[in-house]
Ligand binder design. Structure first.
Ligand SMILES: [Zn+2]
Length: 466
């Protein structure tokens, strides 16, 4: 064959390839939007089961339900992976108020996950308001001792990516109590990590580090409205007293499970690609956005592949991780077992940023792999998916990181996520069916492309016009 002919044939086959991909993505989106199952699964998980805190009966019900649903899909394998998880229980609803000259003002608080209870009869003390750990260090033990430390740090409103704003305040929530206790504080009240002014307190994990059990102090989140009210009241009367009561408790670890389903690859069964979200949630709402959405979207990826007649060359697993919220035990266990079995994981995708309109993905991978992914960008343009960036992937898949794997996170629009995150209003009605389905189709499309072309094979990828 002469060179010109080779070039023409190569060009034609590349164009057909690209056209096939366009058509396949179109089918996947159509299936998800016209015949999707993700919303119905989320309805059950949220409304019939509800919040799924690790170690709870609801978490066990969610394991059983999703295992059954995976079995109905006719996958090649479905199994449970045992993992020991922490069990923390909130107990009776928390109560809090502060006293002003006008009387008692009740406020909305919730215990932070992992916190100890208040002593019998609650905790009542004067309040010291700070914004950062530096403020606290500046005040020192003389000013802090015997007080409740009120950490009033608002999410930075001008950060467009709200995850960045959240990340900027999360160490105050996680470590506030352990730092304040070292200066002799008797409790901490942390402003909720929410982008909105409302009455919902937002929980989340906290830890005491190396602080001895006897020195641990109770820690709670206060709603953003009440944080503002408390701050104002302190300006009028710096000596006002704050009272709070919570009866949460930490129990011994209990047995739970990751739920896993697999379509075994036809050509490279020993190359594994995983897609997942976390099955556990906080207990205040029903965990629809965090992370019921990611769970049902991940199951939907395998259903959509089957439904679209795609027979993967590589083994594709859905992994529903247990205990992301207060321990990450499921993510660690999955990576540990994969390493023991010397399984070659080439790709992992997590959806754990809410069920909102998908915008794209962020990738934790080599430059070469990112160049490969960039070539697929135009395939996603008809679906308004344009955000492809190097960055963070997801907590549960993080332990799989090595030099070869491509880790990816679905990136939905983040503007409303922290209105609901870890609060009582993280509920099914806050999830839009179409947005959820678009996310599932977007994930399936990326999995399809990685399965078809593999990783580290940039030269075999058709160039797609912009
Ligand atoms: Zn989550």
């Amino acid at each position: 064959m002469n060179r010109v002919l080779v070039v023409i044939i190569t060009f034609l086959s590349i164009s057909i390839y690209a056209q096939n991909d366009e058509q396949t993505l179109k089918n996947i989106y159509k299936q998800s939007l016209t015949n999707g199952q993700s919303y119905a699964w989320l309805d059950y998980l949220s409304n019939t089961i509800g919040g799924r805190l690790s170690g709870s009966q609801n978490a066990a019900l969610a394991v059983e339900y999703t295992k059954n649903e995976l079995e109905k899909l006719g996958l090649d394998k479905v199994w449970l992976q045992p993992v020991m998880v922490p069990k923390w229980v909130r107990g009776t609803k928390e109560m809090a108020y502060f006293e002003t000259e006008l009387g008692v003002k009740k406020v909305n608080i919730c215990a932070l996950g992992g916190s100890v209870a208040t002593p019998n009869g609650g905790t009542k003390a004067k309040v010291l308001e700070v914004a950062t750990f530096e403020d606290l260090a500046g005040l020192g033990e003389a000013k802090v001792k015997g007080k409740i430390v009120f950490i009033n740090r608002a999410l930075q409103a001008d950060l467009i990516n709200t995850f960045e704003a959240y990340g900027g305040c999360s160490s105050e929530r996680y470590s506030g109590a352990s730092v304040a206790a070292k200066y002799g504080a008797v409790g901490t009240i942390v402003r909720s990590l929410s982008s909105r002014q409302d009455d919902y307190p937002h929980t989340g994990s906290m830890g005491y580090g190396d602080l001895p059990v006897s020195q641990r102090i109770p820690s709670a989140a206060i709603s953003t409205n009440d944080a503002v009210a408390l701050s104002e009241a302190l300006k009028d009367n710096p000596n006002l007293e704050f009272y709070f009561e919570q009866s949460c408790q930490q129990f011994d670890d209990v047995l739970s499970h990751n739920v896993i389903g697999e379509i075994t690859g036809s050509d490279f069964p020993n190359e594994y690609m995983i897609v997942g979200g976390h099955l556990d949630s906080w207990d205040l709402g029903d965990g629809s956005h965090d992370d019921g959405a990611g769970v049902v979207q991940s199951i939907e990826v395998l259903r959509l592949l089957k439904e679209s007649g795609i027979k993967p060359k590589r083994s594709i697993r859905v992994v529903l991780f247990m205990n992301e919220e207060n321990g990450l035990r499921g993510g660690r266990k999955y990576a540990e077992v994969a390493a023991e079995k010397e399984e070659n994981h080439i790709f992992a995708l997590e959806s754990d940023s809410g069920g909102f309109t998908p915008r794209g993905f962020s990738f934790d991978c080599s430059k070469g792999n990112l160049a490969q992914i960039e070539q697929w960008r135009s395939l996603f343009k008809p679906y308004l998916i344009h955000f492809f960036e190097k960055g963070y992937s997801g907590a549960d898949i993080g332990p799989l990181k090595n030099d070869n794997i491509v880790l990816a996170g679905l990136r939905p629009d983040s503007q409303r996520y922290f209105d609901h995150h870890h609060a009582a209003n993280d509920t099914f009605d806050a999830v839009n069916k179409r947005e959820l389905e678009l996310g599932a189709a977007t994930m399936t499309s990326l999995v399809y492309l990685f399965d078809k072309y593999g990783v580290n094979q940039v030269k075999n990828i058709p160039q797609i016009k912009d």
